[in-house]
Design a protein around this ligand. Structure first.
Ligand code: G
Ligand code: MN
Length: 265
């Protein structure tokens, strides 16, 4: 009896692991399909004074039935250890869209922190490298930047290629003030959590004002994200936030627009 129980347990374990394996294979196939139908939406980043676009942020989109949101695509890629594939595919698609746009103008590109470990990012012949002088790489802290081997050396290499850097989502859970020291970014993007309702909240105004001051003293250009109302726009502009982004100023849309001025830096 004991032997039969043990055999049953082994069978169960085998069934479970093959079910898991099947799920992984299925998830891998879905990710593959999603990567085949990846496209980029571009959202304007405007000057606070003229409200004219000075750059666009590329945002990941897919036309896949189940892996339809960028968050689920990235989570799946994380689980499957396929982040580098997703990053390369996205950067390739962005380069293609920017090339097809024909005109000038800067493009902000989201990186996963682990993309900084991918040699393809530094390859002189990678598609995006061709446009490096117009590209701002956005980094969120998520996994701690401090744990990335030779971060300083990597940043030096990116800058030697002509890339500039932005701290993304400053003020959200993961992006801390330390990233301003670690990345020495040309741009700092204030998370929409700081932006939302800024007109109703004196503390939030003090906070945004102080961050803008801090960034200015560090030589970084500030971008407020997620600006949705005229009231938010007015207050952020008054607080000296250099650039604005959000549904009020422009929705993400397909295709990189041709005509644009360059973001000063
Ligand atoms: O993490 P990151 O800041 O890159 O995320 C940008 C996301 O925010 C995109 O998915 C974009 O579609 C979304 N977004 C852009 N503008 C607005 C806005 O005004 N309001 C809200 N709620 N989301 C926005
Ligand atoms: Mn971003």
């Amino acid at each position: 009896i004991r032997r039969r129980r043990r055999e049953a347990r082994v069978r169960d374990a085998l069934d479970r692991s093959s079910a898991e394996e099947a799920r992984r294979v299925e998830e891998g196939r879905a990710l593959e399909e999603a990567l085949a139908v990846v496209w980029q939406a571009f959202q304007p980043i405007v000057d606070r004074r003229t409200l004219a676009p000075v750059a666009f942020e590329a945002l990941l989109r897919t036309s896949h039935a189940t892996l339809s949101s960028p968050v689920t695509v990235l989570e799946s890629a994380e689980r499957l250890l396929r982040l580098a594939d997703v990053g390369r595919t996205m950067r390739g698609a962005i380069a293609q869209a920017v090339g097809a746009g024909g005109g000038g103008g800067d493009v902000f590109v989201n990186l996963h922190p682990l993309d900084l470990l991918d040699e393809d990012l530094y390859a002189p012949d990678a598609p995006l490298t061709r446009f490096a002088g117009r590209v701002v790489l956005e980094v969120t802290e998520r996994a701690s930047l401090r744990e990335l081997p030779d971060l300083a050396g990597r940043l030096t290499r990116l800058r030697a290629l002509g890339f500039r850097l932005a701290v993304d989502d400053l003020g959200a859970g993961y992006s801390g003030l330390a990233s301003l020291a670690e990345l020495q970014p040309e741009f700092v993007k204030l998370d929409m959590g700081l932006v939302r309702g800024v007109q109703h909240d004196a503390r939030r105004r003090r906070l945004v004002g102080a961050v803008v001051e801090l960034c200015r003293s560090l030589g970084a250009i500030t971008v407020a994200e997620g600006v949705e109302t005229e009231e938010e726009r007015a207050v952020l502009s008054e607080l000296g936030c250099d650039l604005l982004q959000g549904y009020l100023l422009g929705r993400p849309a397909r295709g990189f627009p041709a005509a644009m001025r360059r973001a000063a830096s």
